[in-house]
Design a protein around this ligand. Structure first.
Ligand code: RBF
Length: 298
């Protein structure tokens, strides 16, 4: 079974190695599992830092080839944003970005492309199909850009050690995805029990694209835990359905405080961050379902 393609690029100095790792990290590549091999009797030390992409192609071409100074082509979405990040990185590192990055130009295969040279002698091309549906399954899906979206976050004070961390996670997700501070309102409520009523009132103002709900119920410390939990979940769901405004669910239900801490950023990610990301995605999907017809496809 074929599993993947590894494209090895030898690097000629430790400094170039560090710079390439920094460049590809800055562009948001997913790092793979790196390795460091100490010197052995057979040879010098070596190290590797893989970067992963969701898709790889080994492509044979017969006919017109792009006139490029590299055979490393990286397909991206949001080429302009990638160009911006690459340019900023080059400017910060070398102060002379202009000579090391080309402008974005059309190719002969209905796409746009630029090349960058993060270290001398190593060039890489980034390109994007002009037809955004090219190569994608035809499906409606929300994006994760929160620019021009407004959110209300309802956060319970009960178990504040946890819920404050969830709140920080949620704000981190919203702000890093392009939401503006003035488009985020935070409502504190005493406990999780109060979340649905506040969420509903906020949704009914129609000032927000989505509501993020954050709370923490701990079974060991909560009498009638199931009853409270069911009602909170039902109330949030009902508010979402009856107002038509997406509500994301970030109310933790945990056996112990330790488990709650893990889910608030210690071990298993931050559920506040995830809830906010879900709110962004659902807002985007909501707009797509509701909004404009899809662009005609070429
Ligand atoms: N609120 C929470 O958000 N998490 C809890 O674990 C929690 N445990 C509670 C346990 C008891 C026995 C009581 C009476 C309340 C608890 N609450 C908890 C607070 C609840 O959500 C609500 O704020 C208060 O009951 C006031 O309506």
């Amino acid at each position: 079974m074929i599993k993947g393609i590894t494209f090895i690029r030898p690097v000629h100095s430790p400094a170039h190695f560090e710079e390439l790792v920094s460049f590809f990290s800055a562009l948001g590549f997913e790092p793979g599992r790196g390795w460091d091999q100490p010197p052995t009797r057979e040879g010098a030390a070596s190290r590797g830092r893989p970067f992963l992409a969701p898709l790889a192609n080994l492509e044979f071409v017969d006919g017109a080839l792009p006139t490029l100074n590299t055979d490393l082509l990286i397909e991206v979405t949001a080429l302009d944003a990638v160009h911006h990040v690459a340019r900023q990185w080059l400017e910060a590192k070398t102060g002379a970005a202009k000579t090391l990055i080309t402008a974005i130009a059309d190719t002969h295969w209905k796409s746009r492309l630029f090349t960058a040279e993060p270290v001398p002698g190593f060039s890489v091309a980034f390109w994007e199909w002009q037809d955004p549906l090219r190569g994608k399954a035809i499906a409606l899906a929300g994006d994760l850009s929160a620019a021009d979206m407004s959110f209300a976050i309802v956060v319970a004070r009960w178990n504040a050690v946890i819920t404050e961390r969830l709140l920080q996670g949620a704000l981190d997700a919203l702000l890093r995805s392009g939401a503006k501070r003035h488009q985020i309102e935070i409502a504190h409520v005493p406990g999780s029990w109060e979340i649905p009523a506040a969420a509903r009132q906020l949704a009914e103002t129609h000032r927000f694209d989505a509501i993020v709900t954050l709370g923490c119920l701990i079974r060991g410390e909560t009498a009638h835990y199931e009853a409270i939990y069911n009602e909170v979940a039902r109330g949030i769901g009902q508010s979402q359905q009856e107002t038509g405004i997406p509500h994301s669910f970030g109310v933790l239900t945990c056996e112990t405080l330790e488990q709650a801490l893990d889910r608030a950023g210690l071990k298993s990610g931050n559920k506040g961050f995830e809830a906010a990301a879900a709110a962004i995605e659902m807002t985007s999907l909501h707009r797509k379902i509701d909004g404009k017809p899809p662009e005609p496809r070429a």
